[in-house]
Each structure stands twice: as structure tokens, then as C-alpha cells.
Design a protein around this ligand. Structure first.
Ligand SMILES: Nc1ncnc2c1ncn2[C@@H]1O[C@H](COP(=O)(O)OP(=O)(O)OP(=O)(O)O)[C@@H](O)[C@H]1O
Length: 353
């Protein structure tokens, strides 16, 4: 029968699945117990990060190696390595976090906000949906991937540039949302002249070189239409889901349908349609005027076989001296409340899919 020392030696040779360093060097073997009479070995192992396939793989390796060496039954319990132990491997852990955002195991939901054409309020929707999700207690990131016409920092009232920590960029936090925009990387907001592959690389950097930390949702403000960046994002983030913004005018909805068709073609699921600038409501009479036509959002949703997540009237955000973001509607405003409702719809819809 195996001795405690032998078990430690055998298991100690196996690598921590995240750090890829042998468990004997990480201090990962916490406890070994042997029950001679039953030829049973139980081990408690601490690893850098619990969960997912890597942990399952290690579990199989442990069982295999102990059984090969005489154990009849094996019991394993996992725990996470304490902070002090991880300190030594900080560099490796950081690399893991970066890859983590794009890795299959990461639970972050990517939601791309798309539109058929410019000016329908796609960026406004992206910003406000991100803020509303944060108001619902979610951890939210926002990527201004509208590289040709970035507007998110202005909309949110961000004046500062992100800080750099080692090789990583720290997103700017505003209204509870972590924001990265191309605007941070060009001098004086000069227009971006890169094209094609360069842009693709830029977008990749937004995921790989930014220290996002843990996120529930990453909202992407895509450029309007169905151009190369939109396509890049589709290929890079096969699991991303899409929300299509349209105005109520039937032709706008017709154009937006193309963006929807692309999402379908690339097998991305569509969470729903948001109709923006749906109507103007007079404060005096309460009457609704359908300035830009009527019914486009519902029609598009029906065409794409997806829900209409909300209809947003025309309204300017109220001035708020504290923490002012020019395009963000507060939770006390009618639009802020509609956005909160849309955020809840989105949370429900992403739970279901
Ligand atoms: N519901 C609304 N009520 C009033 N103004 C709005 C509304 N939604 C958006 N706007 C305004 O419409 C303009 C266009 O919005 P936005 O920039 O979000 O559109 P976009 O589709 O992202 O455009 P582009 O793709 O050209 O950047 C902005 O000035 C914005 O403040």
C-alpha cells in the first residue's frame, strides 16, 4: 500500500492546471490520508483557480496515477490556493486573466450592439445598456469598437486616458462601467486612418491587452453597417450575441435587417431589437407624436424572429452636476427606467440562451 510520502511524491509531479508548475512547488498538496484496510487514498489539492475543464483534467490524472500505484479507491477535494501562495506566480496568473476573457470557459457574455446605418442611436443604446446593467449590480465592460466614429468617451463625459500597468491597459471606469475606446489611443481625436488588418489587430488588443478583471457582460459598440470590423468581431467572438438598434421608420428597419441577416449568417444569436427615437411625447399634453414613423422595430423583430426589447422615445438626458455623462439617462428619468427594463430583459434572455 502507498505511504503518505509516496502519494505526495506522485501527485507532486503533476502540474497545477493554471500555473503549469508542479504541485510540489506551488504548495498545492494540502492533505493526504490513507485508509490501509480499504486501500483508499484521499487527497486535498489546492489549485490556482477552481472550476472548468483544467480542474477535471487534473482530477483524472490524480486518480490514474494513484490507482496505477496501488490505490483501490481515490477521493479528491479541491480548494483554491491562498493569496500569499499565488503572489509568487502573479505574472502567470495575469497572463491567464488576459486569455481568460476570450477563453471558452469564461462566463462573460459578449453583447454586440449593431445597426444597419449610422445615426440611429446605436452608441447611445450601447452606453445606456451598459450603465443600466451596472445599475442592476452586474460587472460590465464597454468596448467602443466603432473605430471610425468613436463617441463613447464624449457620451460618458470621460476626459481622462486609461492608465497603463506594466504591459496592460486599465480601462477607465465611469458610471460603474469599465470603458475602452479607440479615442483613448489617438491624439486629439484625429480620425483613424487604419484599415483592414490593422483594425482587426486593434480590436484584438482591446481584449488581450486590457485588464478587464472579472466581467458579467462586455458590451461592444460596433461600427454601423456590415463592414470589416463587424465581421472581425463576429469571427473573433463566436459566442457573442447581438442586439439590433433601429428607428421606427420602415426603411430603417429594412436596412437594419441586413445587420440581422449577417448575425444569422455567422450563426450569432440575436437577443432582440431595440427601437430608438420611437416617438416624441409632449410634456404638456402627454400626446405621442410618431416623428420618425411607426412600427419599424416590431416589424424587424418579427422578421428576425426575436423579441422587441424596448421602445425608446426621443428625450435628452437631464443635466446632473455630479458625475455628469451627457448621453446617460439617470434612473429617475423615463428613459433611464426603460433602459433598466431592457437591461432586465437582457439578463433574462442571456440566462435562457
Ligand atoms: N432617444 C433619443 N432621444 C434623443 N436623442 C437621441 C436619442 N437616441 C440618440 N439620440 C441622439 O442621436 C444622435 C445619434 O446617436 P448615436 O451617436 O448614438 O447614433 P449611432 O447610431 O451610434 O451613430 P454613429 O453610428 O453614426 O455613431 C446623438 O446626438 C444622440 O444624442
Amino acid at each position: 500500500m502507498l505511504s503518505v510520502e509516496q502519494v505526495k511524491e506522485l501527485v507532486g509531479e503533476l502540474n497545477d492546471p493554471i500555473l503549469e508548475v508542479p504541485l510540489k512547488e506551488t504548495g498545492g498538496i494540502v492533505e493526504v490520508k490513507i485508509k490501509e484496510e480499504k486501500e483508499h487514498v484521499s487527497v486535498k489539492i489546492a489549485i490556482a483557480k477552481l472550476g472548468g475543464q483544467p480542474q477535471l483534467d487534473l482530477q483524472m490524472e490524480v486518480v490514474e496515477i494513484l490507482k496505477e500505484n496501488g490505490a483501490k479507491t481515490v477521493g479528491i477535494r479541491f480548494d483554491e490556493l491562498p493569496e500569499e501562495a499565488l503572489e509568487k506566480f502573479k505574472g502567470v496568473m495575469e497572463e491567464q486573466t488576459i486569455e481568460g476573457l476570450l477563453s471558452k470557459d469564461n462566463p462573460v457574455e459578449f453583447i454586440a450592439i449593431a445597426s444597419g446605418k449610422g445615426g440611429v442611436g446605436k452608441s447611445t443604446v450601447a452606453v445606456n445598456l451598459a450603465v443600466s446593467l451596472a445599475r442592476q449590480g452586474k460587472k460590465v465592460g464597454l468596448v467602443d469598437a466603432d473605430i471610425y466614429g468613436f463617441s463613447v468617451p464624449d457620451m460618458m463625459g470621460i476626459q481622462e486616458k486609461p492608465e497603463v500597468e506594466g504591459e496592460q491597459i486599465i480601462p477607465v471606469e465611469r458610471q460603474g462601467v469599465k470603458v475602452i475606446s479607440m479615442a483613448f489611443f489617438v491624439e486629439e481625436n484625429a480620425p483613424v486612418i487604419w484599415r483592414g488588418p490593422m483594425l482587426g489587430k486593434m480590436i484584438t488588443s482591446f481584449f488581450t491587452e486590457v485588464k478587464w478583471g472579472e466581467l458579467d457582460y462586455l458590451i461592444l459598440d460596433l461600427p454601423p453597417g456590415t463592414g470589416d470590423v463587424a465581421l472581425d468581431v463576429h469571427t473573433m467572438l463566436p459566442s457573442s450575441k447581438e442586439i439590433i438598434v433601429t428607428t421606427p421608420h420602415p426603411t430603417a428597419a429594412f436596412v437594419a435587417a441586413r445587420a440581422g441577416a449577417m448575425a444569422k449568417h455567422t450563426k450569432h444569436s440575436i437577443l432582440g431589437v431595440i427601437e430608438n427615437m420611437s416617438y416624441f411625447q409632449s410634456k404638456e399634453t402627454g400626446n405621442k407624436e410618431y416623428v420618425f414613423g411607426k412600427g419599424g422595430g416590431a416589424k424587424l423583430a418579427q422578421e428576425l424572429n426575436t423579441p422587441l426589447l424596448g421602445e425608446l422615445p426621443l428625450s435628452q438626458p437631464e443635466w446632473n452636476e455630479n458625475n455628469f455623462s451627457p448621453s446617460v439617462y439617470g434612473e429617475q428619468e423615463q428613459l433611464g427606467q426603460i433602459y433598466d427594463q431592457i437591461a432586465q430583459n437582457v439578463i433574462e434572455a442571456t440566462k435562457e440562451q
